[in-house]
Design a protein around this ligand. Sequence first.
Ligand SMILES: Cc1ncc(COP(=O)(O)O)c(C=O)c1O
Length: 397
Amino acid sequence: MSNNLKNAIIDSMNNVLESINCDPWMLDPGITYLNHGSFGARSLPVFEYQAELKRVFEASPVDFLDRQTELLVSARTTVSSFLGADVDGFGFVDNATTGIGCVLQSISFEKDDEILTSNLVYNGVRQLLKRVASDARCLYTECEIELPVKNQESILEVFFNAISRKTKLVVIDHVSSSSAIVFPVQEIIALCKEKGVLVVVDGAHAPGMLNLNIDELDADWYVGNLHKWVCAPIGAGFVYASPPQREKTHPMTVSHWYGQGFTQEFDWQGSKDISPWLASAKAVEWGAAIDWSKIRFHNHALATRMQHCLVESWGVEPLSPLNGSMIGSMATVPLPDSCPQTMAECSQLQDQLFTQYKIEVPVFELQGRGYLRVSAQLYSREDHVKQLQMAISQIIA
Ligand SMILES: Cc1ncc(COP(=O)(O)O)c(C=O)c1O
C-alpha cells in the first residue's frame, strides 16, 4: 500500500471519528480490547435500556410477557428491516449456534446425502454438523480453502469443485471467524441455486459489520448474531427463512405455537428473558443515530490499517490482500515466526497478553500455524495495535 493511500485512509478514518458523537462503552478502559469479534461490546444507552426492560419485567412479569407483545413485534420489525430481511421470515434466537441448529433440524438427511462446508467453518458449528451427519448416517465434507487467500474467485472455485450430486446442504460463513475473511456469499448462493442445493449462511459476524440485504442474497436460510457487531446485549441472534423454507423451520424449543406460523413459533420459545431481543432494536437505533455506514467505514479502515501495521512489523505473509478487499472489521495475522505456533502455546500466549499486559486478543492455531485476530470498533485506536506489538516483542525477547 502506498504512503499516500495509507495517509488518505488514516485521514478519512479520523474525520469519521471526529464527526461521530459516540456514547461511552461499558468496557473497562484499563483493558486494551482488541476482541470485539467474540462477544461484541455494549454502549451505555443499550445497556441501560436492557436494564430498564428487566426492571419493567420484574415489576409485572405476566403483563410484560403475556400482554406487552407489541414490544417484540416492534423489535422484530426494526431489526429485520435493518438487515433487509422479510419480517415474516425473521425469528429471534439466543445465538447463531442455536440458529444453525434450527435450520439443521428442519432438513431430513438420508444416508449418502452430503453436508458440505469449508475447513474454515466455526468449530462449534463443525461439531453440530458432524453430529447431525452422524445421526443421519450421511456424509460430512469440508472443502479445503488454502491460506493465504488471494481473491474471492478462489473461494468460489473451491465450492464449485466440491459440490456434487450428493450435496444436500451447503453451510457457508459470511465472515469466517478464524481467518476473518469475507466469503463471496452472493456468488456461492447463486451456485447452490443453480445446482439445486440447499444453502444456509452462517452470518454470525455479518450484521453491523457488512451492509446486509438478506432478501437480496436469496439464501434458503440466513443465521446471524446481533450481540457482536450490532452491539446488542448478549443472547440476541436470529434465523431468517426464505418463503419456501418457512413452514418447516421451527425453533429448537417447540412450544405452544407449533404449526401456527413462523413468527408465532419463534416469538415463544418457552419462558425466558427476552430483553436481549428487545434491546437489539435499541442497538440498531443507537447505530443509526451515529450512522451505520460511518461505523462500518471506520471499522473497516482501522482493521485494514491494523492488518497492515502488524504484517509489516512482523514481516509475515498476510492472510488476505492488504488493501482490505477481503475483510470487514477484523483481520487475522500470522504470528511472527519466533512465536509459539501450537494451539496450547497460543492459548498460553493469549492468557499472558491478558494477565501481564491487559490486552484482550484471540490467539490460535490454524492449519498448523499461530495467528491472532484483531477487531476494530469505534472504541479502538491505532495505538492499541502498537501496544500489542510492544507486548509481543517483549514476550519474544
Ligand atoms: C462464524 C461463526 N459462527 C457461529 C458462531 C457462534 O456464535 P454464538 O456463540 O453466538 O452462537 C461464531 C462465534 O464467534 C462464529 O464466528
